[in-house]
Design a protein around this ligand. Structure first.
Ligand code: GAL
Length: 419
């Protein structure tokens, strides 16, 4: 069944209907000599992207110092806790990282972020971004963030050398993976490396996607798919089978060490987003020689997307400089400086494709292909708000231990927030 990318974006993630948080504007109490930007891009493969964007920002804004408030930790798990405390204490940075989509729901309701529609109009951004993305970040006519990229979550990374030694090619389905896993384990390798809780959720969403297909997966988040249906329960049980072939007993500390196990030859595969491409390049590895990648099993032709974006918090101390930062994030120059380093494709549709080589050349083409089906990531904020994600995190911790698919499905469905 064909599902168009525009259709999925509209059906799956764009049905945001939140109360707007009304007027008021940051006055900017201090002069705009600096801008404090909060993100989680501190680790290898992420800080290089941020540095490239900051360098372009500095070129365009001499005299505005960049205050890097990055808090390390994959997927922002630590940063998000630090940020929540700052926002609650009325101590916002000048701009903070958030994913496009439902992740900002609670912050919008709490009045923590400003509507940026005027900036969109001033900069002419509305027709420079994919329509589905604009819809996904529009809440009651307001737009609260500026997307800087598009990442793909559903990718399976491997070492061509290891697979050649094993005599394997990457699995096209999870059933293929399970068959391969026995052979891989017999040779003394870990079939799939895994890291902390968020990487397990990242795996879960892509096992669901690869098993249920794009439409049914998208409707898990909109209420159209019954979590307790036989198909979903089967997919959940498959997830536990996959996890049983991983090194969950000795998980990696974060996503980079999980990938290290693959390129070090101790594990055959790792399922991770395309920030992995940036990380592997920091190790001087060359795409198709030192590392390879395919769509995760069952997801060929599907882009499970997420988009990093930046906000203007209400009460930002340097709101003028923050706007300059946002202009940088939304600009062609900024996106073409950032994304080739970050392992992502630009959110804008009018950037310079020649800057994207190796893995990214294929990613840019696939993202732009009208036949590509687009769904949104759970783990990275597109399809569920923070409250629902927190419920799922708690339920998933138990599920990984007790493998009770029916109990997990019930907890997830019961925790659904309609946002
Ligand atoms: C995601 C984020 C990516 C990357 C990844 C790993 O949530 O969108 O840009 O940073 O986490 O930390």
């Amino acid at each position: 069944m064909g599902v168009s990318r525009r259709g999925l974006l509209a059906a799956g993630i764009a049905a945001l209907a939140l109360p707007g948080c009304g007027g008021g504007g940051s006055t900017g109490a201090e002069p705009d000599r600096k801008v404090e930007v909060f993100s989680w891009w501190a680790g290898p493969g992420e800080k290089e992207g941020l540095e490239a964007l900051v360098a372009d920002f500095a070129r365009n804004n001499p005299g505005v110092a960049f205050d890097n408030a990055a808090v390390a930790g994959g997927a922002g798990t630590i940063a998000k806790t630090v940020l929540a405390t700052r926002l609650q204490n009325d101590d916002p940075p000048d701009s903070y990282q958030a994913h496009a989509g439902r992740e900002l729901t609670e912050d919008i309701k709490a009045g923590y972020v400003e509507d940026l529609r005027d900036l969109y109009e001033e900069q002419g951004w509305l027709d420079k971004l994919p329509g589905g993305l604009v819809q996904a970040i529009t809440v009651n006519g307001a737009i609260y963030c500026v997307p800087v990229n598009i990442h793909r979550s559903n990718l399976l990374w491997y070492s061509p050398k290891t697979l050649a030694t094993l005599g394997l090619t990457p699995p096209a389905t999870w059933a293929d993976f399970l068959t391969q896993a026995d052979a891989i384990a017999k040779k003394g390798l870990t079939p799939l490396s895994i890291g902390p809780g968020w990487t397990q959720k990242h795996l879960l969403e892509n096992v669901l996607l690869g098993t249920l297909g794009a439409q049914t997966y998208a409707e898990l988040w909109t209420g159209g798919t019954d979590w307790s249906s036989p198909a979903v329960l089967t997919a959940l049980r498959l997830f536990t089978d996959v996890l049983a072939r991983s090194d969950i007993a000795t998980p990696a500390g974060d996503w980079q060490p999980a990938l290290d196990k693959v390129i070090g030859g101790g594990a055959a595969y790792n399922l991770m987003g395309d920030w992995a491409d940036a990380y592997l390049r920091t190790k001087s590895l060359v795409f198709t020689e030192g590392y390879g990648v395919v769509a995760s099993p069952g997801t060929d032709g599907i882009y499970n997307f997420l988009s990093d974006s930046f906000t203007l918090p209400r009460g930002a101390p340097h709101a003028g400089a923050a706007r300059k930062w946002l202009v940088e994030c939304g600009s062609v120059g900024g996106q073409d400086a950032f994304n080739p380093q970050k392992g992502s494709v630009p959110a804008r549709t009018d950037t310079d494709r020649a800057k994207y080589t190796g893995y990214l050349a294929a990613a840019v083409a696939e993202w732009a292909d009208a036949a590509t089906r687009v769904v949104g990531s759970l783990t990275h904020g597109v399809v569920a708000d923070t409250a629902w994600n927190a419920t799922i995190d708690t339920a998933l911790t138990a599920f990984v231990q007790d493998r009770d698919a029916a109990k997990f499905a019930q907890a997830v469905a019961a925790g659904r927030t309609v946002s």
